[in-house]
Design a protein around this ligand. Structure first.
Ligand SMILES: [Zn+2]
Length: 86
């Protein structure tokens, strides 16, 4: 695989009051998707959804998939997404 803009297979997806990462292709509002942390969530694209905290197990799994080491306490930007911020 060559590097491109969409090099990571997962997508950050809001649901269950957190931002989870999922490999699911259909991430429409109201769709059930399996997340990287092993939970099934219903996608919630409400106005406040993008302000929810990142799901920590998904964050760790996403870093593993992306081949990016977990940061110390610095925010890290991957593909335009801040994934390491607390
Ligand atoms: Zn999660």
């Amino acid at each position: 695989m060559t590097s491109g803009h969409e090099q990571h297979p997962f997508k950050w997806t809001p649901g269950a009051e957190k931002r989870h990462a999922t490999l699911a292709e259909n991430r429409d509002h109201g769709t059930e998707v399996e997340t990287l942390c092993g939970t099934t969530i219903v996608v919630d694209r409400g106005e406040l959804a993008w302000f929810w905290f990142t799901c920590e197990p998904c964050n760790v799994a996403a870093h593993e998939i992306a081949g990016v080491p977990m940061p110390g306490d610095r925010p890290v930007t991957v593909e335009g997404e801040t994934v390491g911020a607390r």
